[in-house]
Design a protein around this ligand. Structure first.
Ligand code: UT7
Length: 330
């Protein structure tokens, strides 16, 4: 572990700056029409209620760690760095390759940078925001210098393919960012995280090593989750804006968790933001849990919408419940 860049009050604060982004998607794409041939649903219902048109589904040899590694390599390339520069790897996931060890250690070994810190964070769909916050704090505290923060999931392996209320909603993929300590105006300006454990039974997996000894299947009461999501996400976005002393109209881009287009629309409306400011990938990726925010971020960085200097808000909400937001000067 290397020390932090020393603080020079004359030059500004030490912040964690996003130096590169990357993503990875499984090869196989499954359309709504294909799902409608298997369960009692339709392209019309899925499109109208969620905005989803297709999702990627992991096949043989594609796992949370392989997708995460691919996303990490892209992020390192984009940052102009190599794995040898990385001293911290955090993988946000609820679908690790093995119950233990952490997927982050598999990614670390695949990248060939063994010896630094590597661990997983489990906060389901908010996992990336949680992992991002931990990495950012470690960088500011001086216990890490250059971090890889990865959201990677193979959610389709937790699905009950006979439950039309959930199996149409999720997909697989990974997104990654390289976070580095730097003194200046760029970087993470504010982050807020929350959890409220009383809502466990609204969104959960009905198995686990310590209870059933099985992996289990995803269960959700969608309508209830929807209601909480809009309230929690809009309030946590106001919290990070307040913390940074900024108004909503300062935001250039919202990179939301991609669970449902209706949740995203309702949330940004509460902030009075224009729909053109929102990065949407839910149509092609569906809900990829912890991967959804870094995947959407990478899409918008690569297509040139999000540029250096832009003010971006990342937000997510998921099982737990957990939720959070981060305000970042790119
Ligand atoms: O990542 C964070 C966690 N996840 C979320 O944020 C998801 C939050 N929830 C949602 O996105 C939405 O609640 C859903 C998309 C899951 C459901 O949309 P909804 O508008 O809340 O529908 P609903 O659950 O109230 O169901 C309406 C109807 C029901 O039929 P009846 O009882 O009205 O006859 C469902 O049985 O739609 C039916 N339905 C379906 N019909 C066709 C549920 N799933 C399907 C389906 N195809 N796939």
């Amino acid at each position: 572990m290397t020390g932090a860049v020393p603080l020079d009050p004359a030059r500004g604060k030490l912040r964690a700056v996003i130096k590169g982004t990357g993503s990875a998607l499984p090869k196989r794409i499954v359309t709504n029409a294909e799902l409608a041939a298997q369960v009692d649903t339709s392209d019309e219902w899925i499109t109208e209620r969620t905005g989803i048109k297709a999702r990627h589904v992991a096949g043989e040899g594609e796992t949370t760690a392989t997708l995460g590694t691919e996303a990490a390599r892209q992020a390192l390339d984009a940052a102009g760095m190599t794995a040898a520069d990385i001293d911290l790897i955090i993988v946000a996931t609820c679908t690790p390759d093995q119950t233990f060890p952490a997927a982050a250690t598999i990614v670390q070994n695949a990248l060939g940078c063994n010896g630094g810190v590597a661990f997983d964070v489990a906060a389901v769909c908010s996992g990336f925001l949680y992992a991002f916050s931990v990495a950012e704090s470690m960088i500011r505290a001086g216990s890490a210098k250059n971090a890889l923060v990865i959201g990677s999931e193979t959610m389709t392996r937790l699905l009950d393919w006979e439950d039309r209320g959930t199996c149409v909603l999720f997909g697989d993929g990974a997104g990654a960012v390289v976070l580095c300590g730097e003194i200046g105006e760029r970087g993470v300006l504010a982050t807020k995280l929350h959890a409220d454990g009383q809502h466990n039974q609204l969104l959960y997996v009905d198995g686990g090593p310590s209870t059933t000894g099985t992996v289990g299947k995803l269960r959700m009461q969608g309508r209830e989750v929807f209601r909480h999501a809009v309230t929690n996400l809009s309030s946590v976005m106001y919290e990070v804006l307040d913390d940074a002393g900024l108004q909503a109209d300062a935001i250039d881009w919202v990179v939301p968790h991609q669970a449902n287009k209706r949740i995203i629309d309702a949330t940004v409306k509460k902030l009075g933001l224009a729909a053109e400011r929102v990065i949407l990938t839910v149509d092609q990726h569906a809900n990829t849990s912890a991967a959804s925010v870094p995947l959407a971020l990478d899409v918008a960085v690569r297509d040139g919408r999000i540029k250096s200097g832009d003010l971006v808000v990342l937000e997510a909400m998921g099982g737990g419940f957990t939720w959070g937001a981060s305000l970042v000067r790119m």
